[in-house]
Design a protein around this ligand. Structure first.
Ligand code: R5P
Length: 294
């Protein structure tokens, strides 16, 4: 039987998957030596057979943890090591915009592909890339958050109108709209820098007239996109929007500013642990893991 191995900080995801899939969960020992180097030990078993599935997000620190745990799992006998990373990091720099820039999405994809045999993630930031196969050399399965978000919207919001803050968001917004039978509008965003975006709302008629706007985006990073979209909606006379994001990066911890800008509420999926998590993605992740394990 496959085993799930929780990368530190991702125990909830590992246990959620363990319950759904009926696989045991191992919580490994991971600590630092006094010099800062990592120590890993997969205890509680003398041998692994078949599949081991690491469960953990891949921020910079965790990449090494995942690489070392994958090595330890193989040394214990695992013949295939998969990775469930609910939020897939390093997808933003998917192109070279200035001479000399590193295309880190490609380099990171190569690194991850060299340590695990397959990858499952939730709605990765595919913008200019058509698929993960352009940067990952291993089999990948994408779990979709849209059905879970649609269920949440249908249960929690009366007369919703869905709003995407930019052209890319149409993929998530239209998928949610289709499932919960709500109308949607897409705004226009111009990004001038990491923390400098402007949004125009040329046609927000649907966001008025007694409907509750639900802003949906894949990532809240600095929060600027959600803040500007909220301001534009409010300026156009809409009700305070509910802001929904799949991945709660919150690099600038801006949830209070978002409320100040006029948002009614902020709700996120639990791909990254955050106080705004309300929507679980364990079910679609479990389906995707089953697909990889065959
Ligand atoms: C854009 O490409 C993404 O879909 C998000 O809109 C973006 O990552 C949000 O970033 P921020 O919160 O920094 O505006």
């Amino acid at each position: 039987m496959p085993v799930l191995i929780a990368v530190p900080g991702n125990e909830d995801h590992a246990h959620g998957l363990g319950q759904r899939l009926g696989y045991p969960v191992i919580v490994p020992e991971v600590r630092r030596f006094p010099d800062g180097e990592l120590y890993v030990r997969i205890g509680g078993t003398h041998a692994l057979r078949g599949d081991a599935v690491l469960v953990g997000n891949l921020d910079s620190d965790n990449f090494l943890r995942v690489a070392f745990l994958a090595g330890a799992a193989r040394d214990l006998g695992a013949t295939r090591v998969g990775l469930v990373a609910p939020y897939l990091a390093y997808m933003r720099q998917d192109s070279r915009f200035q001479p000399g820039e590193g295309v880190t999405a490609t380099y990171f994809g190569r690194l991850v592909s060299s340590v695990v045999d397959w990858l499952v993630t939730v709605d990765p930031h595919l913008h200019r890339l058509a698929s993960l196969a352009e940067v990952y050399a291993i089999p990948t399965t994408i779990a979709r958050a849209a059905p879970e978000i649609a269920r949440w919207v249908a249960a929690e919001v009366e007369r919703p109108v869905l709003v995407g803050p930019d052209a890319e968001s149409v993929q998530w917004v239209s998928a949610v709209a289709e499932r919960c039978g709500a109308p949607f509008v897409i705004l226009e965003k111009t990004r001038r820098g990491d923390r400098d975006v402007s949004i125009s709302a040329p046609d927000v008629g649907l966001a008025q007239g007694g409907r509750t706007p639900v802003l949906i985006d894949d990532i809240v990073s600095t929060g600027r996109t959600m803040i500007e979209a909220t301001r534009q909606l409010r300026a156009a006379g809409s009700a305070p929007p509910i802001c929904v994001a799949i991945h709660a990066v919150f690099a600038d911890a801006l949830s209070a500013t978002l409320i100040d800008a006029g948002a009614h509420r902020i709700v996120t999926c639990d791909t990254i642990a955050h106080v705004t998590n309300q929507i679980r993605v364990a079910d679609p992740l479990a389906v995707a893991v089953r697909e990889q394990l065959g």
